[in-house]
Design a protein around this ligand. Structure first.
Ligand SMILES: Cc1cc2nc3c(=O)[nH]c(=O)nc-3n(C[C@H](O)[C@H](O)[C@H](O)COP(=O)(O)OP(=O)(O)OC[C@H]3O[C@@H](n4cnc5c(N)ncnc54)[C@H](O)[C@@H]3O)c2cc1C
Length: 428
């Protein structure tokens, strides 16, 4: 049997950031981070599109995303750990009604000092060799595709190399003396009475009990505190204890197209929108399928986060679906970007969003001695640093966490009992 102060379940980006921040504040703590997989960041973290943006209208989103991005900038620029950050920006296409709906939000953001650049449809058509007006395209009309009326570029946004970010947190946590055990599958959480009486089947409902570690495929791990950062798998560990976490899994898929033709190369390496030397992360108007440039592999990744009737379903190894590309993404993309005509994916992968069904924002809470950090709902990379700091502050019993840059964030705002989340108005 292994004993430690803190057992952290899940070495995804949230578990790693939490482990690192906890160990930074408390070097004396014996922390054991475990994961059922053979290396760090191999769950949903490895499947991410690895895009980030700092422009959000809600106070919650902005605080989490901006401070995390600034920390990643600091890691790269000041600590010299190359995260391959590319400030390529986000390019958002809007149809006319979408644009007018978003205009007051954008104006408000601009009054608050946020920067964005607006492009009209003719500029976009010229710079990107794209079709912006689909009004006379019968098929596009049948599919309900929106025209591109405006494009908004958010410069403080871009791409990050997730493997490098994972390596950074893992290396630094280990350097501080933290321990990691891979291939360790938590089968069940251990619940014990605070004052054991030695009765069979303890604890009984009248006893004061708490979570004191876990049973794993490699034996029992006893811990003063157990922290679950198991991403989309969180409910599998909490449901048997009757703890509601509001996290559900939904498959998300990415298809990679090699930029083999001159037209696709031109699109991928367009220099018109930023100094990053590639296309921004580009989001179509309706439906909001996206193109994620992957210049380091001469590719463009295509994806769409579909909702109804996509099931909530936990899968260990979700598979990308050929038809999702063939009859879904391809048909939409090619209407705007004829450059993709006849393109087949060179590779594809799928992962799970860990969706918080309450409000789509991360959760950091404690119940019966068990802490939970996760539910980032598809934005875990871009908010990971802040979430790790907030989880470490909850462990400390602090009312406020100090985010990178010094901003205070009320810990209970991400909790369940006194949750305080400002709804996001700048929705993709
Ligand atoms: C296709 C796709 C695109 C995405 N794009 C972006 C993006 O552009 N930007 C962004 O910010 N986010 C994006 N995301 C979301 C982002 O990847 C996640 O929010 C983030 O990785 C979640 O991190 P996590 O640590 O909570 O979960 P995970 O990375 O899944 O980590 C959880 C870990 O827990 C382990 N685990 C689970 N159960 C157990 C158990 N019983 N015992 C031991 N270990 C266990 C798993 O093996 C896993 O390693 C995307 C996700 C997908 C799928």
């Amino acid at each position: 049997m292994v004993e430690c102060d803190v057992l952290l379940v899940g070495a995804g980006i949230i578990g790693l950031s939490t482990a690192y921040h906890l160990k930074s504040v408390h070097p004396e703590l014996e922390i054991l981070l475990v994961d059922k997989l053979g290396a760090a960041g191999q769950g949903s973290t490895a499947k991410s599109a690895a895009a980030f943006r700092c422009l959000f209208a809600s106070r919650t989103n902005f605080a989490l995303a901006d401070s995390s991005a600034e920390f990643y900038r600091h890691v790269q620029d000041d600590l010299g750990f190359d995260l391959k950050l590319r400030w390529a920006g986000y390019l958002w296409f809007f149809d006319e009604s979408g644009y007018h709906k978003m205009l007051p939000v954008l104006k408000d953001l601009s009054n608050r000092g946020f920067k964005y650049v607006e492009y009209d449809e003719s500029e976009l058509a010229r710079k990107l060799d794209m079709r912006t007006d689909l009004a006379n395209d019968e098929e596009a009309q049948m599919m309900g595709l929106g025209n591109v009326y405006k494009g908004i570029v958010i410069p403080k946004a871009g791409l990050i190399d997730v493997d490098s970010l994972v390596k950074f947190y893992e290396t630094e946590y280990l350097r501080l003396g933290g321990k990691i055990q891979y291939n360790t599958d938590v089968k069940e959480l251990l619940v014990e009475p605070r004052s054991p009486l030695g009765m069979p089947g303890e604890p009984y409902f009248w006893q004061d009990a708490s979570v004191r570690g876990a049973k794993t495929n490699r034996g029992v791990i006893k811990a003063e505190k157990t922290v679950i950062a198991a991403g989309a798998w969180t409910a599998q560990l909490l449901d048997p204890l009757g703890i509601e976490c509001f996290v559900k899994a939904k498959k998300r898929q990415i298809f990679s197209i090699k930029a083999k033709t001159e037209a696709l190369k031109k699109l991928l390496f367009t220099k018109d929108f930023s100094a990053a030397g590639c296309l921004p992360f580009t989001i179509l108007p309706k439906p909001s399928a996206y193109i994620r440039p992957a210049p380091e592999e001469d590719a463009l990744w295509l994806a769409y986060a579909d909702e109804f009737p996509r099931a909530f379903k936990i899968e260990d190894d979700p598979e990308p679906e050929e038809n999702f590309y063939q009859y879904g993404l391809y048909q939409v993309l090619v209407k705007y970007f004829p450059q993709f005509t006849d393109c087949q994916p060179f590779s594809a992968f799928a992962g799970l969003y860990e969706i918080n069904t309450l409000d789509g924002q991360p959760l950091v809470f404690e119940e019966n001695g068990l802490m939970v950090a996760g539910g980032a709902s598809g934005s875990g990379i871009l908010k990971a640093d802040a979430i790790g700091r907030i989880a470490a502050a909850l462990y400390e019993g602090e009312e406020y966490a100090s985010l990178y840059g010094g901003k205070a964030f009320k810990v209970s705002d991400l909790g369940l009992k006194n949750r305080n989340i400002e709804p996001e108005k700048l929705v993709i």
